[in-house]
Design a protein around this ligand. Structure first.
Ligand code: NAP
Length: 631
């Protein structure tokens, strides 16, 4: 929801602390606010807003803020507060259920009946939140206009707070109550919960300062307000729980990988259309590409062979029918034996090797102990994906929404960008990020993810088509090295240097980029495609003076190899798919069609020709992909 003048919001507990800060922040955007609070201090908040708005040139027909005295645990008070809001502002766009209290003494030491102590905490923190949410939904539904409800949770609703179990319990209740309301999004109503750690407010004054120190100190009011505004603005968030800490910033809870453990039918609705494919016939033999001799020339090193599918399937294995396989710059390193330790003759002893790193397809058969169902679309990143079928331990399968070319692109290429920028690049926002080979398989993702994180992106490429693709992906400055000199542009336009460099070309490009790195800059070594197919194969380069340069500018050069981050694959894949399906991430697949395993060598050569645009993929079974497209 765009925060704009003319919308209206009600904020419970708006007289002080976070509630007050939220009222002021919303009012600053021109949003009408009802401050609902038991404390008369709410009058001052409304007065403050009115006073600020009086300075504005336009005179409003209605007050920019009103105060309604209201005990949120009293049904009559609540009804009166919402009615007053409707009477003055005619509708309700945002409802922030913020009122909350701590428990004055430990419930198990409480000799009273609890009605003035712990039962009241439950009533204010949980029952009233449910009640306010109920009323807000009713109003928003009746008006048939989109609305956002933000419930104020707490970090102590995510993990225990020993000092106040009742408080922790109520906030835990608010978290799961809110998350369970995600389906209301279908009616245009988004309900989200905000879980900040300690904020300097009256409530937090009761906490032991040592605990505050241990978690990295108090959050600023601004950080909490920004979290709430993000939950209001981001249309993709419904039933979302945003956790904010001093240590880690904003993070959605739980992570996708944790969610995947209990959400058994995570992709059920999206993939149900594929269950008809359970009648795939598992053949006795199938085709695959093997490396028969070690050579960085992929065509000379490989050939297509017919092989037997070994039956019966082991209990832990699945048979996957491959639909699309991804082509990677490193296919030539695999065929030259580079990825296997030891001397070349030891690697040669392993021949033949099954080629191809990544694919998407559909499970055609499963062993007895596999819980995934036949017909499930899956991705995998193990050797042997240039094949019609793969027999693979089910633990290596990543369930995906669709077995499409775009999803293949998100595997090695997308995951490398997503994980490398986060882990090796430690990317935040407000920085200048340079991406080389930016219109390629992985570069396109790095450009967009850096942009989405709020950075300025400089992208290099060779050719006009690539340059226009990069502009459409949001790159701020595209350097087409066929038209401009990269070194000159960087020196002239980025005199302070580049903060993060995502570099995958190597050779001279490495040196040009390193010389452009800013003080404290981070240089991520993703690869060195320009070196892979030298006359004598991939020869290591010397970088004289590298340490001296890094020392002089407190810089970091960080290597990144996706294989070492397998524990993050599912989480980042889910993140990429979410961005893609909500239209925030585009996936460029090279327009040149490669059909069948016989076209793989052509596809690898196309990638290394420098002419490819986006991700190069091979459609292993064109017939099957056509059938799917019709489903
Ligand atoms: P890609 O970027 O799609 O590769 C094609 C692009 O690379 C070309 O369009 C060209 O772009 C550039 N290029 C090709 N040959 C070149 C040459 N000889 N000299 C200079 N530039 C050349 O390929 P990719 O599969 O996504 O891989 C890109 C890089 O990322 C590779 O270095 C690869 O090894 C690395 N990678 C690393 C990891 C990891 O875990 N570390 C994972 C995936 C990929 P321009 O001419 O437009 O610059």
């Amino acid at each position: 929801m765009e925060l704009k003048a003319g919308l209206s919001a009600i904020v419970t507990g708006g007289a002080s602390g976070i509630g007050k800060a939220l009222c002021l922040a919303l009012a600053q955007k021109g949003i009408f606010v009802t401050v609902a609070d038991l404390s008369e201090k709410g009058k001052e908040v409304a007065f403050l807003i009115e006073k600020e708005n009086a300075k504005l040139p336009s005179k409003l027909q209605v007050p920019s803020a009103i105060f309604v005295k209201c005990d949120v645990t009293d049904a009559n008070d609540l009804a009166a507060a919402f009615n007053k809001h409707l009477e003055v502002y005619g509708g309700l766009d945002i409802c922030i259920n913020n009122a909350g209290i701590a428990t004055p003494l430990l419930f198990h030491k409480d000799k009273t009946d609890g009605s003035g102590t712990w039962k009241r905490t439950i009533n204010v923190n949980l029952t009233a939140v449910v009640d306010c949410t109920r009323i807000a939904i009713e109003i928003m539904r009746a008006r048939k206009k989109p609305g956002v409800i933000i419930n104020m949770g707490s970090a102590s609703g995510l993990y225990p707070m020993y000092a106040d179990p009742i408080y922790s319990g109520t906030k835990g209740g608010v978290v799961l109550f809110t998350r369970s309301l995600a389906p209301l999004k279908r009616e245009g109503i988004r309900v989200n919960v905000l879980c900040p750690e300690f904020v300097q407010s009256e409530l937090a004054m009761m906490i032991n300062p040592r605990i505050i120190d241990a978690v990295g100190g108090f959050l600023s009011m601004e950080e909490v307000v920004n979290g709430a505004l993000e939950l209001i603005k981001d249309e993709s968030k419904a039933g979302a729980c945003l956790w904010i800490t001093k240590r880690r910033g904003m993070e959605y809870w739980p992570s996708k990988s944790v969610e995947g453990k209990y959400k058994l039918n995570q992709y059920k609705s999206r993939r149900s259309q594929y269950t008809t494919t359970s009648d795939i016939i598992v053949p006795d033999t199938f085709k695959k590409i093997i490396v028969h001799t070690l050579d960085h020339n992929f065509r000379s090193a490989t050939r297509v062979v017919q092989t037997h599918l070994k039956l019966p399937i082991k209990p832990e294995n699945a048979v996957v029918k491959i639909i699309y396989a991804g082509v990677n710059a490193s296919d030539v390193n695999f065929s030259s034996g580079r990825y296997f330790e030891g001397k070349n003759n030891e690697t040669a002893a392993r021949l033949p090797l099954d080629a191809g790193f990544e694919a998407v397809g559909i499970i055609a058969a499963v062993g007895d102990s596999v819980h995934l169902k036949v017909g499930t679309p899956v991705a995998f990143m193990t050797f042997g994906s240039y094949a019609e079928f793969s027999v693979i331990p089910a633990k290596h399968l990543l369930p995906v929404p669709r077995p499409d070319a775009e999803v293949v692109a998100m595997l090695t290429s997308g995951l490398t960008a997503s994980i490398a920028l986060e882990k090796a690049g430690q990317m935040e926002n407000g920085k200048v990020v340079l991406v080389t080979a930016a219109a390629g398989g992985t570069g396109q993702f790095a450009v967009q993810l850096a942009k989405l994180a709020g950075n300025k992106v400089v992208a290099t490429c060779g050719g006009a088509d690539k340059a226009s693709l990069l502009r459409s992906l949001g790159a701020d400055r595209v350097i087409d090295y066929k038209k401009e000199n990269i070194k000159d542009v960087l020196m002239k336009e980025y005199p302070k240097g580049i903060d993060i460099i995502y570099e995958s070309v190597g050779g001279d490009m490495f040196n040009i980029c390193l010389n452009a790195l800013a003080v404290y800059g981070r240089f991520i070594v993703i690869g060195m495609i320009s070196q892979y197919q030298g006359n004598n194969g991939w020869q290591p380069l010397k970088y004289p003076g590298l340490c001296e340069k890094l020392l002089a500018k407190s810089q970091t050069v960080a290597g990144f190899f996706l294989i070492h981050y397998a524990h993050l694959w599912q989480e980042h894949l889910d993140k990429l798919f979410d961005l893609y399906s909500t239209g925030k991430l585009k996936v460029a697949v090279d327009p040149k069609r490669f059909n069948g395993l016989d076209s793989v060598a052509d596809a690898v050569e196309h990638l290394h020709s420098g002419k490819s645009l986006g991700k190069v993929v091979v459609c292993v079974d064109p017939q099957f992909s056509k059938t799917m497209a019709k489903l």
